[in-house]
Design a protein around this ligand. Structure first.
Ligand SMILES: [Zn+2]
Length: 462
């Protein structure tokens, strides 16, 4: 028996299998491309895709009417310091000095394990609300083992597909940042062995390393050896403003023979062309945080066009909600805005860079992010056999009607309010416009208390 259930009229999220009928499918799968059709979800996985699955066995499923809806893979945010969720938008307009003073010197050392839990779950729920189904949580708030445990627990409780990228403490900032010589915290071994040993789980472990620009090449070599011994992928921030040309993070790792497919390089704004070539040759990945790069003075222009010129299909990321919005629509449009502004401001530097389209940006925000996160075997596209991580996007609102091109409507005018339904492994994290997490009111109260306590801390002078 089929339960006809219009997503626009029923508030009860289904617990079983789902059939989406007659939607615009932007699959990101080369076999299917784009089509108007159906998606069948069974046991949390994509069981079938086709123009009309009417003849398939669809017994017992909840049907979503896909009329005026686009369905696409959930977005993959490859870099977010999620712990800062409760202080989101406190730093709109900050420069790096203000970020460092507030986050690294003042609030970071004050974070309790509960603050980390609250920040992470608020951040993750906000991501889900905006259609981000996979979140690489770049977590440099490992002030104690309890902090790490709470960060992981929040990702698990949120319902998101999470990568916990274990970073360093936000105490004693000079030790851990700005060319500090400490090696990566050893507690990552405990996290690997006791908390996150299973690489097929919904929440998995990676390492957020400081890399040659925030530590040294020698430290990075030791840190990478640790990550590779534990069998986890690593990310690092490189091409950060003036540190890019001064320390050449990718270049120094390349010369040391340390590059590999298991690495994700974040920003790359001021990494030089030789470094981007080395990145491409090694099969490593890149993450463009176009919104923060465009707004934070001195970080550097988003490298989208330069990466494409070297054959690298970048992933996209939010970075920190302290200074930018937490949704992927803002990042995609920022990439376009920054590229256009680059052509205006530096016509010679941009003359030979490839242009990119809304379809490219949707690829960057989905399957490229899954590849960069080492998760392309289970998410990032609507592919039979993958986990059902997808979003249903409304095209019938008056910000998008009449749509003449679905991808252009999503990238050009999309916002979290268009994201009607969000599934992670077939489970509804958002249904009919509402998050399904049962404790939203309590989490909001806890978030406000965490925010109030942190913001009341007297600012530490840098
Ligand atoms: Zn970052």
């Amino acid at each position: 028996m089929t339960t006809q259930q219009s997503a626009s009229t029923n508030d009860t999220a289904p617990t079983g299998d789902i059939l989406i009928r007659g939607a615009h499918l932007l699959t990101q799968d080369p076999e299917f491309g784009e089509l108007v059709g159906d998606v069948l979800i069974r046991n949390g996985k994509i069981a079938a895709i086709g123009p009309d699955l009417g003849s398939a066995d669809t017994g017992g499923v909840t049907v979503i009417d896909g009329t005026d809806r686009a369905v696409l893979p959930g977005f993959v945010d490859t870099h977010r310091h999620t712990w800062q969720g409760a202080v989101r938008q406190t730093g709109i307009g900050w420069d790096f000095g203000a970020y460092r003073q507030h986050i690294q010197l003042t609030w970071g050392p004050e974070y309790t394990p509960d603050d980390v839990y609250v920040g992470n779950i608020i951040g993750a729920l906000g991501a889900l609300d905006a259609g981000i189904t996979t979140l690489r949580d770049e977590s440099h708030i490992q002030n104690s083992p309890d902090h790490s445990d709470q960060a992981v627990a929040a990702l698990q409780d949120s319902g998101i597909r999470g990568v916990f990228a274990y970073g360093w403490p936000s105490i004693d900032s000079n030790k851990w940042m700005l060319r500090g010589e400490a090696t990566h915290p050893n507690d990552i071994r405990r996290v690997r062995q006791q908390l996150l040993p299973d690489d097929t789980a919904r929440v998995t472990l990676q390492a957020m390393l400081r890399g040659p620009e925030l530590s040294t090449t020698e430290v990075t070599a030791q840190d990478l050896a640790l990550a590779r011994e534990l069998g986890v992928r690593s990310s690092m921030h490189v091409g950060n403003g003036p540190w890019g040309p001064e320390f050449r993070g990718i270049g120094s790792l390349g010369e040391a023979g340390l590059l590999g497919e298991d690495l994700l390089f974040i920003h790359c704004c001021t990494s030089d062309d030789e470094e981007l070539r080395m990145l491409a040759d090694s099969g490593a990945h890149a993450s463009v945080s176009a919104a923060i790069e465009a707004v934070l003075p001195g970080l550097g222009a988003p490298a989208t066009g330069r990466l494409l010129a070297h054959g690298i299909r970048p992933s996209l990321s939010i970075d920190t909600e302290a200074t930018v919005a937490g949704d992927m629509f803002n990042v995609m449009r920022s990439a376009l805005t920054a590229h256009g502004l680059g052509i205006t401001m530096q016509p010679e530097a941009y003359a030979d860079l490839p242009a990119f389209t809304p379809r490219d940006l949707l690829e960057f925000a989905t399957i490229a992010g899954a590849k960069a996160s080492g998760l392309a075997d289970r998410t990032g596209s609507l592919t039979v056999g993958k986990d059902a991580d997808l979003i249903v996007f409304r095209l019938d609102q008056f910000t998008t009607v009449p749509s003449s091109d679905i991808a252009a409507s999503i990238v050009g005018a999309g916002h979290p309010g268009n994201v009607e339904t969000v599934l992670v492994a077939g489970k509804a994290a958002k249904w009919n416009g509402h998050l399904t997490h049962p404790d939203l009111a309590d989490l909001r109260t806890r978030g406000e208390a965490s925010r109030d306590r942190l913001l009341a801390t007297p600012l530490v002078e840098g």
